[in-house]
Design a protein around this ligand. Structure first.
Ligand code: HEM
Length: 397
């Protein structure tokens, strides 16, 4: 059988990949990129970092675009920022931020409730407040970061490369503006996550010394790490919240389990809703050597797109893709990736989403809105606009 062709541009990711995956687990896009749609095949690619390199961009991407020992060194030096103790210290801060936002959303809301866009009015605002608090950045950056998110989102959605570059440049300026005062403070630094990151020592090659040395991140590397911690993830958290609240508005029994169950059960339900409608659509790789996957022969130098949204709905693993079974599906869930590049920010993303959803559900019922909403198109996923009605629980009882 010849390799099926797939066209993703401008389409809602699930509408095309569900159909295509039924034909074959791998397809090729117009430009020859392999699109990995199957679950086993996606794992095969991301777990074999020897055969599939992450160095896919001409821009510095730390750690995303690194391979081998350099990648491992950066992960070893930075994963500690997401350790359980760090998350436990952050939790009360996130609870306070979530309560504040929920109070703003429900202020003067009548008993009939209020319609809000879960992505823009809840997810994006919370993501910016949570990430700035975690990193120790000034709260006054909120309007600028929200404006940046919408500029970046529009450029990504429309495939406008100049717009994407302009958004990246603008974001780097924001990051440099938080690094500069910390440098000026020297030993008086505030000790927040950003300041701690500036003091991390990492075993990376030094331009002036042969081999790897234990050294600080350069300014360019710091900007890249912080960009990866915030830039994409503000948008991901917002899109995730849209998916979760839309589903909960239509599934009140699940919402009750999330509201009243343990933190572990709430997390498992959230992960499962994101599996069914994964808004973090895909990541790229490039083959370093010839690799055979199933019936396909991938050549050295071929570009590969690992399609998480599709792999997470693979019927061979999950049965009916839309069936909700958090416990049974947890171990195969690929929302946060797999292999050496699996998401280091998972504990933070999980905590942010769980705290926000539980604070919202404690104060309000989420109900379906009359307005249908608007789905995202590739390369994004989930909902562009996710209207839900919030009805204060003091009214519903
Ligand atoms: C909101 C939900 C999020 C989702 C669904 C998500 C998903 C993912 C996935 C699938 C990968 C694997 C990429 C690959 O294999 O190439 C990844 C990598 C990464 N994520 Fe997340 N992420 C989220 C939030 C976050 C947060 C909050 C942070 C940090 C604050 C973060 C930081 C990173 C970084 C640095 C990498 C690259 C890791 C590496 O290359 O070693 N992510 N993420």
């Amino acid at each position: 059988m010849s390799t099926p062709r797939i066209s993703l541009d401008g389409l809602e990711p699930r509408s095309i990949t569900d159909e295509q995956r039924a034909v074959a687990p791998l397809a090729r896009s117009e430009d020859g990129t392999w699109v990995v749609l199957g679950h086993a095949e996606a794992r095969r690619v991301v777990e074999d970092a020897e055969a599939f390199s992450s160095a896919v961009s001409r821009f510095l991407q730390v750690p995303n675009g690194l391979d081998g020992t350099e990648h491992a060194a950066v992960r070893a030096a930075t994963d500690r920022f997401f350790a359980p103790e760090a998350m436990a210290r952050l939790e009360p801060v996130l609870v306070r931020i979530a309560r504040g936002l929920v109070a703003e959303l429900l202020e003067d809301v009548p008993g009939t409730g209020t319609e809000v866009d879960a992505v823009a009015a809840i997810g994006a605002v919370f993501a910016v407040r949570a990430q700035t608090a975690w990193l120790g950045w000034p709260a006054a950056l909120e309007p600028e970061l929200l404006a940046w998110m919408s500029q970046n989102h529009e450029a990504t959605r429309s495939g406008d490369l100049a717009g994407t570059a302009a958004a990246a440049e603008r974001f780097d300026e924001i990051i440099r503006s938080v690094l500069a005062p910390r440098r000026a403070l020297g030993s008086e630094d505030p000790g927040d996550v950003t300041a701690q990151l500036m003091r991390v020592r990492v075993a990376l090659p030094d331009p002036d010394t042969p081999g790897a040395v234990d050294r600080l991140f350069t300014e360019e590397e710091l900007v890249s790490v912080l960009r990866n911690w915030t830039g994409g993830d503000l948008g991901s958290i917002a899109l995730c919240l849209g998916v979760i609240l839309r589903e909960l508005a239509h599934r009140p029994v699940l919402a009750t389990r999330l509201r009243t169950g343990s933190a572990a059960e709430a997390t498992a339900i959230i992960d499962e809703l994101l599996r069914i409608d994964d808004p973090f659509v895909a990541n790229r790789r490039v083959a370093r050597c010839p690799v055979r996957i199933g019936e396909e022969e991938i050549a050295a130098g071929d570009r590969v797109l690992v399609h998480w949204t599709s792999a997470n709905r693979d019927e061979r693993v999950f049965g009916r893709a839309d069936s909700v079974d958090p416990a049974a599906h947890a171990s195969a869930n690929l929302v946060y990736g797999a292999g050496p590049h699996a998401c280091p920010g998972r504990p933070l993303a999980t905590l942010e989403l769980r705290v926000l959803v539980r604070e919202l559900l404690a104060a309000a019922d989420a109900r379906p809105a009359e307005e249908p909403g608007e789905r995202e198109i590739a390369p994004l996923g989930g909902w562009a606009h996710a209207p839900v009605v919030l009805v204060p629980r003091s009214v519903t009882g």
